[in-house]
Design a protein around this ligand. Structure first.
Ligand SMILES: CC(C)(COP(=O)(O)OP(=O)(O)OC[C@H]1O[C@@H](n2cnc3c(N)ncnc32)[C@H](O)[C@@H]1OP(=O)(O)O)[C@@H](O)C(=O)NCCC(=O)NCCS
Length: 187
């Protein structure tokens, strides 16, 4: 799958390909234990962040089941990178995607994550012709599942103690929205 035309612009934000020089903005976010609490990895050290950044920059096409497409989210007004949105292209034939988001604590609680993810999902449904987009989060990650609900995604699964997450029983929600549901909410 070819990666669509970028950047994506919203009222306050610009979503664009991640670049090597985003290290200084992304490292403090991905090394913060509070940010990483519900992410499937521990806070990154410098080497881990460089490796993760190299993968993001090298991604030219999105392969099903492969690495995610990450877009840097910057404030239009200042050009500052405040977070990332991402898409895993899960299955080509069934046109399934999974969305995710990570924002700097300084820029949470301002509606930026919603604004970015809403515009990103719009483009994913259009440009990638996706049929369904899902998202997963820990039930304790209120900010994340509340964002999914603002995006009109439905809670499809409430998985209790289905596995271990960072050494403890995991309680996970799965949310999703179908393409026709997405379009119905927009019209
Ligand atoms: C999950 C995450 C992206 C949510 O970010 P967020 O900023 O809370 O989400 P939103 O963009 O929807 O912002 C919502 C808040 O902004 C407030 N807000 C302020 N100005 C606003 C505006 N102009 N428009 C909309 N909302 C606005 C809302 O009232 C709401 O506040 P509330 O939560 O106190 O009710 C963020 O918590 C995060 O990055 N967490 C760490 C990484 C992570 O866990 N990612 C998810 C893994 S599954």
């Amino acid at each position: 799958m070819k990666i669509f035309d970028l950047p994506i612009e919203t009222d306050r934000l610009r979503l664009r390909r991640v670049r090597h020089d985003d290290f200084d903005a992304l490292f403090p976010i991905h090394s913060d234990p509070d940010v990483c609490r519900y992410l499937p990895y521990e806070p990154r050290d410098e080497a881990g962040m460089k490796e993760a950044l190299n993968k993001r920059v090298a991604l030219a096409e999105l392969e099903p089941g492969g690495d995610a497409l990450f877009l840097a989210v910057e404030l239009k007004e200042t050009g500052e990178v405040i977070g990332e949105v991402l898409l895993f292209y899960l299955n080509e034939e069934a046109r399934q995607g999974e969305v995710g988001y990570v924002f700097s604590p300084e820029f949470q609680g301002k509606g930026y994550a919603y604004e970015a993810t809403n515009a990103f999902m719009d483009v994913c449904f259009d440009a990638f012709n996706l049929h369904r987009i899902c998202a997963r989060c820990s039930a304790a990650n209120d900010a994340s599942w509340r964002l999914m609900e603002k995006l009109n995604m439905r809670r499809e699964a409430d998985l209790r103690e289905h596995g271990l997450f960072k050494g403890e029983w995991d309680h996970m929600y799965i949310y999703a929205i179908l393409e026709d549901e997405w379009r119905a909410h927009r019209s």
